[in-house]
Design a protein around this ligand. Structure first.
Ligand code: FES
Ligand code: FES
Length: 205
């Protein structure tokens, strides 16, 4: 197969999979409307106590009764249908679940959902729109900074925080402060380049 045919095949395949809505490689780049799944109407009430939490997620108020032991990651994915944050290791080791609380990055798999009461949570679904991507999302596209895409939502949320923290001045610094986000596909060259491109476009906090 020629190079041209290879490209056409890849493009067709990507488009088909995108249309099928199953590809994970772009899940970090899509807006909330494209990513949100039907939220669960049932409280997570198994054997433990439940608690009420009221918070904002992506600017929208939310109030839920949750299992007191639930992680923020599970609450986002299973109760709110916000499945952009991914469950990789579920032990704070990979960064796939990174979201922001009050503008600071956290591993949502290690964060108790009950702790977000009264706080502002931002997920990948809340940072851009299809017609107005966040500069970091656009930079990841520009630098082809993903392969399977499973790590990408977490990479992008961590990358935005990395810039806002003032830790994106050099490639070495970016690598150091992004070291908690693992990419099993090894897309690190593109990720670092994307962060360097987007950094001047993002306000530091
Ligand atoms: S899933 Fe949270 S750090 Fe891996
Ligand atoms: S793009 Fe596959 S794990 Fe990062």
């Amino acid at each position: 197969m020629s190079h041209t045919h290879d490209r056409q095949f890849l493009e067709i395949t990507r488009r088909q999979v995108l249309e099928a809505g199953t590809i994970v490689s772009v899940s970090g780049l899509l807006p909330v409307a494209a990513q949100a799944q039907a939220p669960s109407p049932q409280p997570t009430r198994e054997n433990g106590a439940t608690v009420q939490v009221s918070f904002h997620v992506n600017g929208q108020p939310s109030a839920l009764e949750i299992d007191a032991r639930a992680s923020l990651l599970d609450m986002l994915r299973e109760r709110l249908g916000l499945v952009g944050a991914k469950k990789g290791c579920d032990h704070g080791q990979c960064g796939a679940c990174t979201v922001h609380i009050d503008g600071r990055r956290v591993a949502s798999c290690l964060t108790l959902a009950a702790k977000v009461d009264g706080r502002d949570v931002t997920t990948i679904e809340g940072i851009g729109r299809a017609d107005a991507l966040h500069p970091m999302q656009q930079a990841f596209i520009d630098h082809d900074a993903l392969q399977c895409g499973y790590c990408t939502p977490g990479q992008i949320m961590a990358a935005i925080a990395c810039v806002k923290e003032g830790h994106a001045s050099t490639p070495e610094e970016i690598r150091e402060y992004m070291s908690g986000n693992i990419c099993r596909c090894g897309a690190y060259v593109g990720i670092v380049a994307a962060i360097a491109q987007a950094a001047p476009l993002i306000e530091r906090s």
